[in-house]
Ligand binder design. Structure first.
Ligand SMILES: [Zn+2]
Length: 86
């Protein structure tokens, strides 16, 4: 039985672009990225838009924000600057 991640704590970790970038780097290197709270493996969800992803915890199901992964690095799709989606 897994304890659900405290949403606020999980969000604080995955909301950080640096945290997402580190997780993304792990994926690109073929590594396993785990939930900071439950230790369950994070899986990658792909949006319809090219280069838009999010990470979802396989244990508690908590999703990271959608982010764009490009040559310039990681940007969060939904903020903080909503006017610059692309
Ligand atoms: Zn989790």
């Amino acid at each position: 039985m897994s304890t659900p991640c405290p949403a606020a704590e999980q969000r604080r970790l995955l909301d950080d672009p640096q945290g997402i970038e580190a997780a993304w780097a792990g994926f690109k290197n073929g590594g396993v990225v785990t939930c900071p709270n439950t230790g369950a493996q994070l899986t990658l969800s792909v949006d319809g838009s090219p280069g838009t992803y999010r990470l979802v915890c396989g244990g508690c199901g908590f999703p990271s924000p959608w982010f764009n992964a490009g040559p310039a690095g990681i940007t969060l799709r939904d903020g903080p600057s909503r006017s610059s989606k692309f």
